[in-house]
Design a protein around this ligand. Structure first.
Ligand code: FMN
Length: 324
């Protein structure tokens, strides 16, 4: 149910969160989510500690820029070295993070081969050291975002719950899939419930939330909060819509013209962030299919957007398509 969320010494008015999405969750995406939904908080995409420590400040800008108007942000770090993570934790605390999360769910080979992401789920000693390194270097609430055993032969849920609790994490985010499972495999709510029952700290459930029914199903696990991932892309109002539906309030869907305006605004802010129209347009092209969910000529719209090269072209096609 929608209620305030207590994480460490912070309290958020609602318990819905927009989750981290690599390649998507930079400041413009988060700001729109904040403006249209006011979730408990938004998340950065996963930031490798190495990127944070060793790349020049310009190259990092995309990851570390926090806009003053974007509400609370959880910075998500990826690491396998406690000393580096300690330093990165200090840095993101200085950069204005409101919470800090350790990524323990990333299934990508490049990340796993470095002993980070989901590979930490079967390395309890390292996981303990990493959480401790975060806790000792920030006053902010610290969390861990994990995957679950799922239909695999892996056995790690109970050990992970124990380590997360003993190392002093303030809350746990559970994406109910094994790291080898793709999105066709449904989210496993029973395993999320396992963590809810095993832990005294708040558990945030994550996986397959797109509507009120899926949200209710997730809350039925007993989790204290819910994180929304993919469904938030192209509909920054989704969390506000879910809150309204859960609390029997009226929600006014944005008109097609407003959706076009949001897409254009998203792109304009990407241009400002990246300082390069061409790069920003390449990014924006990826978002077309999400913003166009409700368009009858969605495929045609996406095909056209895929060819645009400037903001002016994108703006024209958006207003022509969304208002016709
Ligand atoms: C394109 C994409 C990028 C993602 N990037 C991250 C990431 O950087 N960090 C992370 O913890 N999870 C990441 N995830 C996983 C999501 O945060 C979320 O756990 C997952 O999509 C399940 O939630 P959903 O069914 O609501 O999308 C990503 C997922 C997608 C589809």
């Amino acid at each position: 149910m929608i209620q305030p969320l207590h994480l460490g010494d912070k309290t958020f008015p609602v318990n819905l969160i927009q989750g981290p999405l690599a390649g998507i969750s930079c400041a413009p995406f988060r700001r729109l989510s904040w403006v249209y939904s006011q979730p408990a908080f938004n998340c950065t995409e996963m930031i490798s500690c190495k990127t944070l420590m060793h790349k020049n400040i310009l190259a990092q800008q995309r990851f570390i820029k926090k806009d003053p108007t974007e509400g609370p942000v959880c910075f998500q770090l990826s690491a396998n070295n406690p000393t580096e993570l300690a330093e990165a934790t200090k840095r993101v605390t200085e950069y204005g993070a409101d919470l800090i999360d350790l990524n323990c769910g990333c299934p990508v080979k490049k990340i796993r081969s470095k002993g980070a992401g989901s590979s930490l789920l079967t390395d309890p000693k390292k996981l303990y050291q990493l959480i401790t390194a975060m806790k000792q270097n920030t006053h902010l609430p610290v969390s861990v975002k994990i995957r679950v055993e799922g239909g695999s032969n892996d056995i790690f849920n109970a050990e992970v719950a124990k380590v997360v609790s003993e190392a002093g994490a303030d809350f746990l985010i559970v994406h109910g899939r094994h790291w080898t499972e793709h999105y066709e495999t449904p989210c496993n709510h029973d395993e999320i419930q396992f963590f809810v029952e095993a832990l005294k700290i708040p558990v945030i459930g994550n996986g397959d939330i797109a509507c009120i029914e899926s949200l209710k199903k997730m809350f039925a696990t007993g989790c204290q909060g819910v994180m929304i991932g993919r469904a938030g892309v192209g509909q920054p109002w989704l969390i506000q819509k879910l809150i309204a539906e859960m609390t029997q309030q009226t929600f006014l869907m944005p008109t097609p013209r407003e959706i076009a305006e949001i897409f254009v605004k998203h792109t304009e802010e990407l241009i400002l962030l990246l300082g390069n129209e061409k790069f920003a347009i390449l990014q924006a092209r990826k978002f077309a299919k999400y913003y166009a969910r409700g368009l009858s000529n969605r495929a045609e719209f996406c095909e056209t957007v895929n060819k645009v090269e400037t903001l002016a072209e994108l703006t024209k096609i958006c207003f022509d398509s969304f208002t016709s």
